[in-house]
Design a protein around this ligand. Structure first.
Ligand SMILES: [Cu+2]
Length: 293
C-alpha cells in the first residue's frame, strides 16, 4: 500500500514539472518570433574598394534590399567625414520611398569593432535612395554600421556595413562590469530581473536614473524618438553581423526615473548595452556590459 502511494506521488510530481516547464517554453518561442526578427536576417558582404562595403539583407523568406556605403575621403581619426548610404533593391535599382519609424527615415548605429565607440545617427534622405550623414571616428580600426530603415510598405530592414580607419590600433581596455556609472550629471544604475542571464531567457533590464548632485530619481526625462528610452545591444564578436544586433523598446508604466526593457539574448557571450535617454533635450548614453551564459 505504501509503495502504491509513493508511485502516485511521483506521477503527480512529474505532471506538475512538465506543466511548469512547458509553459515558459511556449512563451519564450512566441517572444522570440515577435522581438527577434532581426536575428533571422543573414548578411552577405562583399568589398568594393578600400572605403566602401556593400551588404545584402535577407529576410527569412526573401532578400529585399541592399545598402552601399560611400565614404567621401580618406578617414582620419576625429575628423568629420561625409558618408553616403545608397539603398537599393537586389537588382541595384534605387529604393526611392521610405516610411518613418521611430520618428526617422533611417537610424544608423556605428560601433567600433571592439564596442568601445558607439554613435546613433539619423542620416538625411537626399533622393534616389541615398542618405547622407556626417560622422567622425575616434581611432584607427574596424567599424561596423547597422543601418535600420523601412522601405515604403515593407518591413524594417537592417543592412550591415563596414569600414576601416587606417592606422595603428590600440588595444581595447578591459571589460568593466560595473552596474552603477555616472554620465555627466546623471547616475545610472542597471539592475537585472535575473541573477544570471541565460541565453534565450527573457530578462528585464532596469535602468534607474538619478541626478548625480542630489541622488534623487530623475523627474526631467522626456520621450526620446517617441519612447521612454532606446536600448541597443551588441554581442562581442570578431565580425559583427545583424544577428549580434538587438534594438529593445522601453516598457510603459515604470516608476519615476526608471526605464525598463525586456529582451532575450540569442546566445552566450559578452554583450554591450547602450541605453539612451532624453533628459530635457540632452541625450544620455549609458553603456554597460552583460555576461550571458
Ligand atoms: Cu535612431
Amino acid at each position: 500500500m505504501k509503495r502504491f502511494i509513493n508511485a502516485i506521488a511521483i506521477t503527480t510530481t512529474l505532471v506538475i514539472v512538465q506543466a511548469c516547464s512547458s509553459l515558459p517554453k511556449a512563451e519564450e518561442k512566441a517572444m522570440s518570433v515577435s522581438t527577434h526578427q532581426h536575428e533571422e536576417l543573414s548578411i552577405n558582404e562583399s568589398h568594393h574598394g578600400e572605403h566602401s562595403t556593400s551588404s545584402t539583407v535577407h529576410g527569412e523568406k526573401k532578400a529585399l534590399t541592399q545598402a552601399k556605403l560611400k565614404v567621401s575621403s580618406n578617414i582620419t581619426p576625429n575628423k568629420n567625414i561625409s558618408l553616403l548610404i545608397d539603398v537599393q533593391d537586389l537588382e541595384g535599382k534605387a529604393i526611392a520611398k521610405f516610411d518613418n519609424f521611430q520618428e526617422k527615415l533611417m537610424h544608423l548605429i556605428i560601433v567600433s569593432d571592439d564596442l568601445q565607440f558607439f554613435s546613433h545617427l539619423h542620416p538625411t534622405y537626399k533622393d534616389n535612395g541615398q542618405f547622407q550623414v556626417e560622422a567622425s571616428f575616434p581611432k584607427a580600426g574596424g567599424y561596423t554600421f547597422f543601418s535600420d530603415y523601412k522601405p515604403a510598405g515593407q518591413s524594417e530592414q537592417i543592412s550591415v556595413l563596414k569600414t576601416q580607419v587606417p592606422g595603428i590600433t590600440i588595444a581595447a581596455p578591459e571589460i568593466d562590469i560595473k552596474r552603477s556609472k555616472t554620465f555627466n550629471d546623471t547616475q545610472v544604475n542597471l539592475a537585472l530581473s535575473e541573477p544570471t542571464v541565460k541565453a534565450g531567457q527573457e530578462v528585464t533590464l532596469m535602468f534607474k536614473l538619478q541626478d548625480a548632485t542630489n541622488n534623487q530619481p530623475l523627474t526631467d526625462l522626456q520621450p526620446y524618438l517617441g519612447e521612454k528610452g532606446h536600448l541597443v545591444i551588441l554581442r562581442q564578436s570578431s565580425s559583427l553581423t545583424a544577428a549580434d544586433y538587438i534594438h529593445a523598446h522601453a516598457l510603459n508604466n515604470t516608476p519615476t526615473g526608471q526605464v525598463h526593457f525586456m529582451t532575450s539574448f540569442p546566445q552566450a557571450g559578452k554583450y554591450k548595452l547602450w541605453g539612451q535617454f532624453n533628459r530635457n533635450g540632452k541625450i544620455i548614453t549609458a553603456d554597460f556590459w552583460i555576461n550571458v551564459v
